[in-house]
Design a protein around this ligand. Structure first.
Ligand code: AMP
Ligand code: ZN
Length: 121
């Protein structure tokens, strides 16, 4: 199947992965709305909210708490929004949850620089 996010899961396309486990991968959005904009995807292909298994949906929600904590700790945003698009709103047809930090003073750094800040201890 010709799916961009399946290719990221298979390491055929590089990504700024900040967390992964058996069920999910979390990586920085390549065209971020803000610093630390992260996508959480299942390691199995599901198209959207109609299609996804409950087990994977729950795993993604579980990991979203971890990612929110990580972004809060490392980037200190003023707020964080979680968004999941379906139908005509969805560009990439592999289920993904956006985790989007908000900053009162919007700063926009390079994704690779944000990646270094997030992954360093
Ligand atoms: P959506 O409109 O919800 O389908 O969002 C798709 C998101 O995937 C957009 O925010 C894109 O910037 C992001 N995106 C597309 N290609 C890549 C990629 N290779 N690596 C990381 N994010 C990507
Ligand atoms: Zn896929």
């Amino acid at each position: 199947m010709d799916c961009l996010f399946c290719k990221i899961n298979n390491n055929e396309i590089p990504s700024y992965t900040i967390y992964e486990d058996e069920f999910v991968r979390c990586f920085l959005d390549i065209n971020p709305i803000s610093d630390g904009h992260t996508l959480i995807i299942p390691k199995k292909h599901f198209t959207d909210i109609n299609d996804i298994d409950l087990k994977y949906l729950c795993k993604i929600q579980e990991v979203s708490k971890r990612i929110v904590k990580l972004l809060n700790d490392k980037l200190k945003p003023d707020g964080i929004k979680l968004v999941q698009n379906n139908g005509v709103l969805q560009e990439v047809k592999h289920y993904h949850l956006h985790v989007i930090p908000h900053y009162n003073k919007n700063k926009k750094n390079k994704v690779e620089d944000i990646y270094k800040i997030i992954v360093k201890n």
